[in-house]
Design a protein around this ligand. Structure first.
Ligand SMILES: Nc1ncnc2c1ncn2[C@@H]1O[C@H](COP(=O)(O)OP(=O)(O)OP(=O)(O)O)[C@@H](O)[C@H]1O
Ligand SMILES: [Mg+2]
Length: 292
């Protein structure tokens, strides 16, 4: 298709999103391939030049796993959350802040944008508290799980984000929160992205991952579910269709929609330009979650 034609086709969406704040959660699993990572950031910089205000929240699961293994530790997940002891927290900070965040900010610059990396203690941005221990059924048995330094959001102070967005910067947020005593917490990136999206009243949240969306069977592409209501999301969790890292993604989507944001999109970041296609065409590429 001619470039002129595709721009003309995109006009309704360009109008819809003009000036809109879009939170893009870039999954660690979508960024394993350096080319895919660069392509995603290029699309985000494109959004900026098209007049949107993208906010990046990133994960880093595979890189954290790799570093843990190098240090002789075995990653442990419960309900899709990484159980985080003292050493794991240190590794999470090293990898997310030291490696992934700085790499994303460099890629933003490489594609012509102005990126600024922030974490929860910049301007008291994300105030967090320890996630309470809970009973979880594992292998048919109920067990008490203490997630260690896994946090949940207590409050978001979006001042620093507004400052960056008003001045043309693309914020890149590593999902690490702090409490008033200076304790640091590992936040699931989808949970943090959802809480941030609600706090800043984003127009939508797009979560880029390594699968095509929510599926009845993640191994079978043809089982992709293009559209989900909040009620259907609960059903999928209760039936166990959704597991591992998809659990916090769906729970966060539910709270985002309940928080007043119209849609959450879960798409495959490894498909070239999936983000642009999802936002600017009527052919959605993944799963779109709405109220009903
Ligand atoms: N019903 C389902 N449909 C699709 N994916 C599912 C489903 N149930 C579980 N999953 C798993 O969820 C994974 C995506 O979540 P995961 O946390 O692993 O990645 P991410 O959030 O993109 O990366 P990161 O956590 O590093 O930011 C998929 O790779 C898939 O294995
Ligand atoms: Mg995840």
């Amino acid at each position: 298709m001619e470039a002129g034609e595709s721009f003309a086709d995109a006009l309704p969406w360009l109008k819809k999103y003009s000036g809109a704040v879009i939170v893009v959660k870039v999954g660690g699993h979508a960024m394993v391939d350096p080319e895919a990572r660069s392509g995603i950031i290029k699309d985000i910089v494109t959004l900026k030049f098209l007049g949107l205000k993208p906010v990046i929240v990133h994960g880093g699961g595979p890189e954290i796993d790799a570093m843990m293994k190098r240090m002789g530790k075995t990653p442990q997940f419960v309900s899709g959350l990484r159980v985080t002891d003292d050493e794991t927290l240190e590794i999470v900070r090293m990898v997310l802040v030291g490696n992934v965040n700085t790499d994303i900010v460099s890629l933003i610059a490489r594609h012509g944008g102005k990126g600024v990396g922030i974490i929860g203690n910049d301007g008291n941005f994300i105030v967090a508290r320890k996630k309470a221990p809970e009973k979880v059924v594992m292998n048919g048995k109920e067990v008490d799980i203490d997630y260690g330094w896994v946090g949940e959001t207590e409050s978001i102070n979006p001042g620093i984000l507004s400052l960056l967005l008003e001045n043309g910067y693309i914020p890149a947020i590593a999902p690490i929160g702090y409490d008033a005593a200076g304790n640091c917490f590992n936040l699931n990136a989808d949970t943090a992205a959802g809480d941030i999206a609600v706090a800043i009243g984003a127009t939508s949240l797009v979560s880029l991952t390594d699968v095509d969306g929510v599926m009845m069977d993640p191994k079978k592409k043809e089982t992709l579910i293009p559209q989900l209501s909040v009620a259907q999301c609960y059903e999928l969790i209760n039936k166990g269709v959704v597991s591992r890292g998809m659990i916090p993604k769906i729970l966060s989507s539910i709270s985002v929609i309940k928080g007043g944001i119209k849609s959450v999109h879960i798409i495959n970041g490894n498909l070239p330009h999936a983000l642009l296609q999802e936002l600017f065409t009527d052919k959605g590429v993944g799963t779109c979650i709405t109220l009903d």
